[in-house]
Design a binder for this molecule. Structure first.
Ligand SMILES: NC(=O)c1ccc[n+]([C@@H]2O[C@H](COP(=O)([O-])OP(=O)(O)OC[C@H]3O[C@@H](n4cnc5c(N)ncnc54)[C@H](OP(=O)(O)O)[C@@H]3O)[C@@H](O)[C@H]2O)c1
Length: 260
């Protein structure tokens, strides 16, 4: 992890919330924002893993609040903690996402489907609603940026993970719709990765990584830092005229006709 915090950089003096940040893409995003000067609130369900993740980042630049992204009380606790500890919120990264259901859509257990939509879609919307509504975060007063983590499966159906793709298509469209509603104060964008090497995606490449990578023009799978770099761009002033966009970061997979 990056231990070189200079306090300088695109996020100097800024604050962020990154959900699902105890490992994988979320932790890489937190690391990147901190390395560019941000103070970041990390969330995830399991407190112990969250603390362990936070301990890999420079002391003083991160705080943690454990809880479920889809729990209203947890969201309120995160916003209140950020308001108290940081005084304001500049960047919200909706990264927490789940995919517990595998198989054809026609056989899908609808309770599992509801849970996926609850966490991936409704909680994403609720985090934005909560940030805008919070009376002490100042999120809607000038510098607010939201970055949602979508997926290439939201564009191109992927076998066995259909409902997950449906949820990510919804995240992408939520992104566009919120951007239209919340400008000019708040920008809302998303990043849509193909397979990134994390625990979440292990089943898609374990034991066959080189083979899977061959369908990517870049001939490798994604690293969490690839996604973090794109998120940092969309969260920063470098993208100040970009809103409502879903940036595909996929090593070229989809232009080569592939699917995740
Ligand atoms: N990896 C890929 O290939 C890939 C591709 C496209 C999109 N994505 C998206 O990228 C995001 C991050 O995925 P990842 O690959 O980094 O996954 P990961 O390695 O499994 O990490 C997921 C993180 O989210 C937390 N989390 C899970 N459910 C949560 C919940 N209900 N509330 C709060 N935190 C929760 C986990 O910690 P706890 O378990 O302790 O809660 C962990 O910190 C997801 O939205 C995923 O859909 C991933």
């Amino acid at each position: 992890m990056n231990q070189n915090v200079t306090g300088q950089g695109r996020f100097s003096g800024r604050t962020a919330i990154v959900t699902g940040a105890s490992r994988g893409i979320g932790l890489a995003i937190a690391d990147r924002l901190v390395s560019e000067g941000a103070r970041v609130c990390l969330t995830a369900r399991r407190a112990e893993q969250l603390e362990e993740a936070a301990s890999t980042l420079p002391r003083g630049s991160v705080i943690t609040v454990a809880g479920k992204a889809d729990d209203p009380a947890h969201r309120r606790e995160v916003f209140d903690t950020v308001a108290r500890e940081f005084g304001a919120l500049d960047v919200l990264v909706n990264n927490a996402g789940i995919n517990p259901a595998y198989g054809p859509l026609v056989e899908l257990n609808l309770d599992a489907a509801r849970k996926v939509l609850e966490v991936n879609v409704l909680a994403t919307l609720a985090w934005v609603q909560g940030a805008v509504a919070h009376e002490k975060l100042g999120f809607s007063e000038g510098h607010g940026t939201v970055v949602n983590i979508s997926s290439v499966t939201g564009e191109t159906p992927a076998p066995g993970i259909g409902l997950y793709g449906v949820s990510k298509a919804a995240v992408s469209h939520l992104t566009r719709t919120l951007a239209a509603e919340l400008g000019p104060e708040i920008r809302v964008n998303a990043v849509a990765p193909a397979v990134v090497k994390t625990r979440f995606a292990e089943a898609l490449y374990e034991g066959k990584e080189s083979e899977v990578a061959m369908s990517y023009p870049m001939r490798r799978l994604g690293d969490p830092s690839d996604i973090a770099a794109a998120v940092a761009f969309l969260a920063s002033d470098d993208s100040s005229w970009v809103t409502g966009r879903v940036l595909t970061v996929d090593g070229g997979l989809t232009v080569a006709g592939g699917t995740a």
